[in-house]
Design a protein around this ligand. Structure first.
Ligand code: NAG
Ligand code: NAG
Ligand code: NAG
Ligand code: NAG
Ligand code: NAG
Ligand code: NAG
Ligand code: NAG
Ligand code: NAG
Ligand code: NAG
Ligand code: NAG
Ligand code: NAG
Ligand code: NAG
Length: 842
């Protein structure tokens, strides 16, 4: 792939244009609403599980307050539940364990009296988790990129700010109190209450080092994490507390001293330990700043991370709070400024939705470079939420446009995961601890996407493409063997079955060209025999990713042919005889002997009449579909939607079928398998219907309220989806094609700092009355023409990556004539590409 050459004079002109537009001087971080998606709600409910605390882009340290109630996947919930502390690590938008993962080593401030003789735990000495019940004063939570604040009813204020692996927490106690100000340094209570051993040491000067082992939130593994705390003033007293039995949490053994080092140590246990233990520090000062560092290597490294990122000034003054807040804010400004709109001109709701979404799209995965406890490597290490099944669809395509440098580091971490384990990592929520596989091995489309967009620049970006390709092939060909598991994992995992945690069931896939429901690998390689149809659909897309990479990386024609053929294997799950609502042909479970099983296509949709259907990844999933219905998964073959249109009976039936999917309530707005459907009308030559459907979806399911995300944010997957909808683009995964739509803003500029380009999209005849769920008749919502640097593209349905990031001016003309829009379809350039119609030349 080669980018259009820009004359340097043209680039200078663009730079001038960017710096002279009023938007360039706007502080974009002030447009972010961090509370979107923080309403309480369980998996699949209204809870977005968004993280509103303090973190830099792709931070390892995500410092934020935690609530006592559950669900609380990100620690925080925007309600009146009481606070149990302010902790150092969090996930963003995950499902899984509703108590949440991470939330390590919380501090908890209180005013009271704690005995320094033998153990008394009075209500005034709130060291145990059960005794902590700090209510927030209503309306006091403040969150902006780089800074968070809350105030308790008691008057104690907590403020936070952070760097990549460190940060500051400031406690302000009411001056009126005549009692002592305490901070608990909690060793044992992560969000999941999953402590399985660790230690804490605290010096009279208030230097605290601690570490512990906890369970990940999604998957069978544990992880070990360390922290280091220092305070800006010496404690009056410091010490430790412990109670080995939570069933009698009132009995604590508290030792306070101002002279001796104190420590506690709990050996690793394979069952979760109920111990309540930690440090206690007492202060005379009414304002106390805690500096923290986090590490996955050692507590010593946590301390050096703290000193490196939040240095102690040489003049003996305290840490520079304002400098850390400003640096974090400026990191975010840098990320957000890659998509610039003019907030003075555009609709303020759309502006808020867009920048809040761009923010959440860059929170994870977490940058653990220099924090990999498992192998030495010159490559970056990213972890703590490779929820690839969620993020391959939108987050990575968004990064591909605006963040090539960051994206290539993340891609390198995927490749390095293969280098050290033999497979591309899938779902990882904690360092080197692989979580459960959901559908396919969904790092594959991410690597394929990198290849098609950046292969020519891979060397400059430091990504070895031969390794990238080998990672794809190994993941496409090899099935995890028991031997592998025995070597690399504790034997206990063998019982669970390896496919639950890594790789694909390739033995079956290669033998049958589909995933049979009733096949046991005679070699003894274990596979989890569920989710057959979903896995086949995702395996086909994964193989398409290999095919795409093979082409751009000049691999053998044999490879290209093999993976091209396998890209079509989703068709083998297609039972033409199943009918639902008068529509025929649905993806179905299929036996070894070639006959089909039967799953009601409505099963696991939001209107499934059987509330007990299991739609998850366990042995009890008998539908064959994962977190989706056959109605929905039957639309999932982005590599060849034309094949689906044909299988479903042609353009008109296809359009009626998509309409029926929405009108009957089969659309699951809050989960990823639905992402590609609102724009799928493009493939029947009806981009006008996509434009209307996307308006409906955005205004029905998203808002700037705390419940403004229809499901878990899923590491920014929902956020990136919304950003694409608002910009009028939808990515076709592992290709350079984007479906073009009708933007929600009159103009925006994308910058790409590898290509040094700014591309301005302008909507000619933009009509803000279309910014509603049902644009009024005649309102100008339909794309009428698209020109790139003055040249009419002839395509009303697609735009290529090289043009989206190519620099210059894209003008999208819109009109309001529905009949004319239906008649012109995709325009002279025709339908979007599909493998089945010979598409995707690279
Ligand atoms: C940008 O806005 C944020 C949030 O309102 C604020 O904290 C920060 O100081 C502002 N930065 C500049 C440079 O104005
Ligand atoms: C918290 O809010 C809930 C729901 O609004 C209400 O029922 C409850 O009384 C509130 N609790 C407190 C302590 O304010
Ligand atoms: C602290 O002040 C409260 C009233 O504000 C009083 O009841 C209490 O006895 C005082 N405690 C001490 C230790 O002086
Ligand atoms: C849990 O942690 C311990 C100690 O680090 C380790 O030996 C064990 O293998 C881990 N278990 C799992 C399931 O990862
Ligand atoms: C606490 O601070 C106050 C005011 O600075 C001072 O008068 C008092 O002596 C201090 N108490 C202790 C125990 O250091
Ligand atoms: C459209 O623009 C007009 C004029 O600026 C403004 O009054 C109106 O509120 C806008 N409507 C929407 C939905 O943004
Ligand atoms: C990750 O951290 C490394 C080491 O500090 C740094 O070089 C790199 O730029 C970071 N990348 C991202 C995306 O944060
Ligand atoms: C995890 O780390 C161990 C070394 O402790 C390594 O042998 C193994 O390959 C790693 N596993 C994964 C899944 O990354
Ligand atoms: C569909 O039904 C027809 C007629 O009963 C039958 O001949 C055909 O084999 C069926 N197809 C499949 C894939 O089951
Ligand atoms: C195919 O296999 C399924 C599942 O074992 C069985 O129910 C069915 O009767 C078989 N059909 C034929 C034609 O053998
Ligand atoms: C479907 O619509 C497209 C675009 O209008 C057209 O090119 C194609 O021929 C149609 N297909 C069929 C089978 O009518
Ligand atoms: C922006 O659009 C929303 C959604 O249509 C509308 O409710 C709001 O009033 C508009 N804002 C302005 C300032 O016009």
């Amino acid at each position: 792939m080669k980018l259009r050459n820009q004359s340097s004079a043209f680039l200078l002109l663009l730079a001038y244009y960017a710096s002279s537009s009023s938007a360039a001087s706007t502080n974009l971080t002030s447009l972010v609403n961090l509370f979107i998606g923080t309403a309480s709600g369980a998996n699949g409910g209204s809870g977005g599980n968004a993280f509103p605390g303090s973190a830099v882009p792709h931070a390892m340290a995500k410092v934020g307050i935690d609530v006592s109630t559950s669900p609380r996947q990100a620690g925080y919930v925007h309600d009146n539940s009481s606070i149990t502390g302010v902790s150092l690590t969090h996930d963003e938008g995950t499902g899984g364990n509703t108590d949440g993962g991470y939330g390590n080593f919380p501090l908890f401030p209180f005013i009271g009296t704690c005995s320094n003789s033998s153990g008394v735990d009075t209500p005034e000495c709130e060291v145990g988790i059960a005794a902590r019940a700090a209510l927030r004063a209503a309306g006091t939570d403040i969150a902006v990129p780089g800074y968070f604040s809350t105030t308790f009813v008691s008057g104690i204020q907590i403020e936070t700010t952070a760097t990549r692996r460190a940060g500051l927490i400031r406690f302000t106690f009411p001056t009126s109190s005549n009692e002592t100000n305490y901070l608990v340094v909690d060793l044992t209570n992560d969000l999941g209450r999953s402590f399985s051993g660790g230690s804490i040491a605290i010096s009279p000067a208030g230097h605290v080092e601690l570490g512990g082992t906890f369970l990940q939130s999604y998957g069978p593994s544990n992880y070990t994490v360390f922290a280091c705390y220092d305070f800006d003033s010496a404690p009056l007293e410091s010490g430790t507390y412990q109670s080995t039995n939570t069933s009698s949490p009132a009995i604590f053994n508290i030792s306070l001293s101002n002279t001796a080092d104190m420590s506690l140590e709990y050996p690793f246990t394979s069952t979760v330990s109920p111990v309540q233990a930690g440090g206690l520090v007492a202060f005379n000062a009414t304002q106390v700043v805690a500096r923290f560092g986090v590490s996955f290597i050692s507590s010593a490294q946590a301390c050096s991370n703290a000193e490196e990122e939040v240095p102690t000034p040489s003049d003996g003054s305290t840490w520079d709070w304002d400098a850390i807040v400003a640096a974090s804010n400026s990191d975010w400004e840098n990320v957000l400024s890659r998509v610039v709109i003019d907030p003075e001109i555009e609709n303020s709701t759309i502006v808020e939705l867009l920048y809040s979404s761009l923010y959440r799209s860059s929170l994870v995965p977490a940058n653990l470079t220099d924090e990999n406890p498992y192998w030495e490597s010159p490559y970056p290490f990213f972890d703590a939420m490779f929820c690839s099944w969620d993020v391959f669809r939108t987050v990575h395509p968004l990064l591909s446009l605006t963040s090539p440098q960051e994206w290539s580091q993340i891609v390198n971490a995927y490749v390095d995961g293969w280098r050290h384990t033999g497979f591309i990592p899938n779902v990882v929520r904690t360092p080197n601890r692989t979580g459960y596989v959901q559908g396919g091995s969904d790092g594959m489309p991410i690597l394929g996407e990198f290849a098609v967009k950046y292969a020519a620049y891979a060397e400059e970006l430091g990504v070895p493409t031969d390794d990238l390709y080998q990672a794809l092939v190994d993941t496409a060909e090899n099935t995890v063997s028991v031997l592998f598991i025995f070597i690399f994992y504790p034997p206990v995992l063998m019982i669970f079955g390896s496919l639950r945690i890594v790789g694909r069931q390739n033995d079956a896939w290669i033998l049958f060209d589909y995933i049979p429901t009733d096949w046991v690998d005679p070699s003894g390689k274990t596979g989890l025999p569920t989710r057959w149809a979903s896995r086949a659909y995702e395996y086909a897309l994964g193989d398409f990713a290999v095919r795409q990479a093979a082409i751009v990386l000049n691999k053998s024609q044999d490879d290209i042919d093999k993976y091209t053929n396998r890209s079509f294997n989703f068709v083998n799950m297609w039972d033409p005889n199943v009918t639902s609502d008068g529509f025929s042909g649905f993806a179905q479970p299929r036996f070894v002997n070639g006959t089909f099983g039967f799953t009601n296509p409505v099963t696991c949709s939001p209107v499934d009449p059987n509330p007990d259907s299991s739609c998850a990844r366990g042995d009890d999933n008998v539908s064959g579909f994962y977190e989706s219905s056959s109605w929905e998964m039957s639309f999932f073959a982005p590599q060849s939607v034309a094949t689906l249109v044909e299988l479903m009976g042609g353009n008109t039936t296809f359009v009626n079928r998509v309409n029926n999917y929405f009108s009957q309530g089969y659309y699951t707005a809050g989960n990823e398998p639905s992402f590609n459907v609102p724009a799928i009308y493009h493939y029947a030559g009806r981009p006008d219907l996509s434009a209307l459907r996307i308006r409906d979806v955005v205004f029905t399911f998203f808002s700037t309220e705390i419940g403004g995300i229809p499901g878990n944010d899923d590491s920014g997957a929902m956020a990136a989806l919304l950003a694409f909808h608002l910009l009028g683009l939808y990515p076709v995964q592992s290709t350079t094609q984007f479906l073009i739509g009708s933007p929600f803003v009159s103009s925006y500029t994308l910058t790409n700092d590898l290509f040094n380009t700014s591309t301005t999209f302008t909507v000619s005849n933009f009509d803000n009355t279309t910014l509603v769920a049902a644009p009024p008749s005649g309102s100008r919502v339909f794309v009428k023409s698209v020109t790139i640097n003055g040249v009419d593209t002839g395509s009303l349905c697609t735009i290529d990556f090289k043009d989206v990031v190519g620099g210059g001016e894209v003008v999208i003309e819109v009109d309001g004539d529905a009949d004319a829009a239906a008649a012109r379809g995709c325009g002279p350039a025709g339908l979007p590409d599909s493998l089945g119609t010979g598409g995707f030349s690279l």
